[in-house]
Design a protein. Structure first.
Length: 176
């Protein structure tokens, strides 16, 4: 199990820019800023919930497909990326999106990435919560396993953050 900070360190790149001593420039100040990272990961449920992973049925690249939980299998359908700069959680070239009005029970799926004002429905914060993480999106609502049901194929939605195991996840570096 990796903490997000460990995943971030594992993916971190060190960039060395040769600037002669005594010369200061805007580029040297920019070079000192941390570069946002993109992480390839498998998102697993809290161990107390049971061994399930976020999954896109049949690894579909079609917009409009719901994200579900499924038995973890190291397949392509379970590899997501998180861009800490744009705060986008993606599956392939599609964004993980909460559809609806940003209220409890809005469904979550994959869709075209949108750069318009409703981008907030595609923006996620990955927040440490003890040994797990919560993924917070539209209007401060958490990614949630619908109804807390453990059956494979159960969908994700957003819900008020409440600290239950259906909103706690463990992040693993993807091997594919």
């Amino acid at each position: 199990m990796y903490r997000l900070a460990e995943v971030m360190r594992a993916f971190a790149c060190v960039i060395v820019i040769g600037i002669p001593l005594g010369i200061r420039s805007a580029t040297s100040a920019l070079a000192q800023q941390p570069v946002p990272q993109v992480y390839r990961m498998v998102i697993k449920t809290d161990p107390a919930f049971g061994p399930k992973c976020f999954d896109v049925p049949f690894a579909s690249q079609a917009a409009g497909v719901r994200v579900q939980i499924w038995d973890c299998n190291d397949g392509k359908a379970q590899v997501f990326t998180y861009d800490e700069g744009s705060k986008r959680l993606k599956f392939g070239n599609l964004c993980v999106v909460s559809w609806g009005h940003g209220i409890n029970a809005d469904p979550v799926g994959i869709d075209l990435c949108d750069f318009e004002p409703n981008q907030r429905k595609q923006s996620w914060d990955v927040v440490a919560d003890g040994d797990t993480y919560k993924i917070v999106g539209a209007n401060g609502l958490c990614l949630d396993i619908h109804g807390g049901f453990k059956e494979k194929g159960n969908s994700l939605n957003i819900w008020s953050c409440n600290g239950t195991v259906s909103q706690k996840f463990v992040l693993f570096e993807a091997h594919q």
